[in-house]
Design a protein around this ligand. Sequence first.
Ligand code: ATP
Ligand code: MG
Ligand code: MG
Ligand code: MG
Length: 576
Amino acid sequence: MRARQFFITTLKEAPADAEIISHKLMMRAGLIRKLSAGIYNYMPMGLRVIRKVEAIIREEMNRAGAVELTMPLVQPAELWQETGRWDKMGPEMLRIKDRHEREFALQPTSEEVITDIARQELKSYRALPKNLYQIQTKFRDERRPRFGVMRGREFIMKDAYSFDRDVEAAGKSYETMYAAYRKIFDRLGLTYRAVAADTGAIGGDRSHEFQVIAETGEDAIVYCPNSDYAANIELAEALPLLSERAAPAEALKRVATPGKTTCADVAALLGTDTTHTVKSLVLATDETDENGAIVKSTVWLLLVRGDHELNEVKAGKIEGLKNGFRFASEAEIVEHFGCKPGFLGPIALAKPVRIVADRTVAKMSDFITGANEADFHIAGVNWGRDLPEPDFVADIRNVVEGDASPDGKGTLAIQRGIEVGHVFYLGTKYSKAMNATFLDEDGKPKHFEMGCYGIGVTRILGAAIEQSHDARGIIWPESIAPFTVAICPIGYDRAEEVRNAADALYTELLAAGVDVILDDRGERPGAMFADWELIGVPHRVVLSDRGLKEGLAEYQGRSDEAASKIAVAELAAFVI
Ligand code: ATP
Ligand code: MG
Ligand code: MG
Ligand code: MG
């Protein structure tokens, strides 16, 4: 590629709304341009990186036996109604109507459509296992789109879905994807951890997030430096009881130790789904004497992973809960947890629970028939999203850092992470809801065992830059750099010898399959170098009149302190 022909739009300053370094550098390097909140143009330079990320993902997915397809961005409401997610998804799902007033959604994910394909096309056990994937635009109307492509509203995701005969085969599909993800993130040159993640309503222990380690990450990971143990903080909170999941009735009894009840226990109790938003409920029990007078009250804090504004909470369930429990009064909460009254900011509590101010109290009360907002307090936690970051980090440290770990091998430490991938065993959640079956060997219909596997393609650009940059700009891992080599001739437009040498090297590298850009813009050396350092091209070759007289060129790797001289004749061999 020649720079004049290409599209280079670097900026001296990042726009004011760019808060974190990756967002700033992506703007300055001309990789993206904002169209609207969370909606970006992927400019030619950025698209080259995206395409390289996609190519690596595609190669490893294909190698792992997955098959590519593309599903529509616009999906009919009916499919989403079959699984109940049309109502459950809440405002994150963007809905539109066509001219006939029919309802559609812009796909935030594609379980419904892929399950619909499976139930129509995969008729027999002989067709299994199948793993289908797409690399497609997703739309999620995020409450707080920010950090550029890191949390966009429109973004590119690779999403894969596996279909298997039984639990054992589904486990194999999961392991295959887990291994493929490791290869993908290794090849992308990222420093990451695979961490255990909450499985929510689906249960089981098969969900892992791939987290790129970075201070600006929105997630917090606890890990044990002496073992393989690593978990998303949401899960770590619930961990003590994960091994002894119990029936809802049992869960209530175990609330005796505040903070030790799993999210799933409470969700099961309340009949909620347990994806996405973390909530907690502050409850109390009263002991009465024979005259019915309260002699002792105990306050409990339950963590609940609520399903989008808890719109699944059933009044009946809450009524049932009220038989043994009531919502605690603020005075009780203050006394019990030693926190400040008012609930006006994040309040760190005694380990291992905490309460934060909740904006959804009113909404909750809508769902709880007959309840009056004054009757109860609900503390909502949306980890890492709506809380001021410093408090969030401090709170989390209060919770687990230095605690013994769950596997008995040491004390826990905390890192922040960016979720770039997620593998999830789904079981028959979707196949049952949509009655997706195949005929098994015995001739009987059986529901597919499913898994889903996502990778945030565009988010990876941000994550890679967060991990690898310096004062001059981006330092791309070679595997995803927009160009591998930049040839910078000084005086390309006026010095014939320089032009000839640059053209010759360019042609040679192109023929060798190197992703090379020849800077034929005739820019001053300083401006030219600054551009390529900002854009983060791994190798730079400078050709000048003076050097060429001695048969020498200057070479500098993007992370090198200084340039070194290399014989022009050896250049191609050197950079390839
Ligand atoms: P997050 O917790 O960051 O909101 P998620 O758990 O909602 O992500 P998944 O449903 O697991 O996301 O989607 C798979 C992948 O898509 C994520 O691991 C992430 O890399 C990417 N992703 C999700 N939301 C966004 C977004 N708003 N912008 C860019 N990438 C995203
Ligand atoms: Mg999300
Ligand atoms: Mg997540
Ligand atoms: Mg996820």
